[in-house]
Design a protein around this ligand. Structure first.
Ligand code: BG6
Ligand code: MG
Length: 216
């Protein structure tokens, strides 16, 4: 029922901006330096996944001392942060900023729900921090997506019940987290990845909030 929706929680990477390419390049650099197997296909599995969990996926069972893992994830993050310096407002996907402004004008509460510990830095570069009522990021909760914790934390900050929130996600783990939180899930991307969502759009530019409000 449309009148039950009071807020929207946006994943950041892949929904508001496309930082996946920068994550890819940073992991690839580390992998080349450390002789780890990595390519674009492996990178696809890292969508929505936390930094350390991403390394575990790359390691694919290979045993590495904790200290080494910490040094590798720190190094990857420093490469990633260098790329982030280049991000500007132009990196907002399609007409996402106009869409956010319209929702805000219509009185909906808006949140970011991102696994990234760099989310605030990215939002600052995109110059859209102030649009959001709350920002839930990789520092906010212990249990990462697909656990519902991050989205429940965001909804709580918005003062909304889970069923009053719509989550927009490009990652399978994010859609699962939204469903586990008993929220309405909108997937962005191919059915094979986000098909479990209540409504799916192939691209950010296709997202139709009037349709979302009508159908969910
Ligand atoms: C998610 C990305 O938003 O954040 C993942 O989709 C990334 O690919 C994760 O690994 C963690 O990001 P960060 O910035 O904390 O390393
Ligand atoms: Mg994402």
């Amino acid at each position: 029922m449309a009148d039950e929706i009071k807020g929207f929680i946006f994943d950041l990477d892949g929904v508001i901006t496309d930082t996946a390419e920068y994550h890819y390049k940073s992991w690839q650099k580390l992998a080349d330096e450390e002789d780890l197997f990595f390519n674009r296909e492996v990178n696809e599995q890292l969508r929505g996944v936390s930094r350390m969990e991403s390394l575990e996926i790359i390691l694919d069972g290979k045993e590495v001392p904790e200290e080494q893992k910490k040094e590798w994830t720190d190094r990857k993050n420093s490469y990633y942060q260098d790329y982030l310096e280049e991000i500007t407002k132009d990196d907002i996907l399609d007409d996402m900023e106009e869409k956010l402004m319209k929702l805000k004008k219509d009185g909906y509460k808006l949140a970011v729900g991102s696994s990234s510990r760099n989310a605030k830095k990215v939002l600052k570069h995109l110059q859209i921090t102030d649009i959001f009522d709350t920002i839930a990021d990789g520092h906010s909760v212990e249990n990462a997506k697909p656990a519902p914790d991050l989205f429940l934390y965001a909804a709580n900050n918005l003062g909304l019940k889970p069923e009053e929130c719509v989550v927009l996600e490009d990652a399978e783990s994010g859609v699962e987290a939204a469903l586990a939180a008993k929220m309405k899930a909108v997937g962005v991307g191919p059915e094979s990845r986000v098909g479990k969502a209540h409504l799916v759009y192939a691209n950010v530019g296709d997202i139709d909030f009037d349709e979302i409000l009508k159908k969910l």
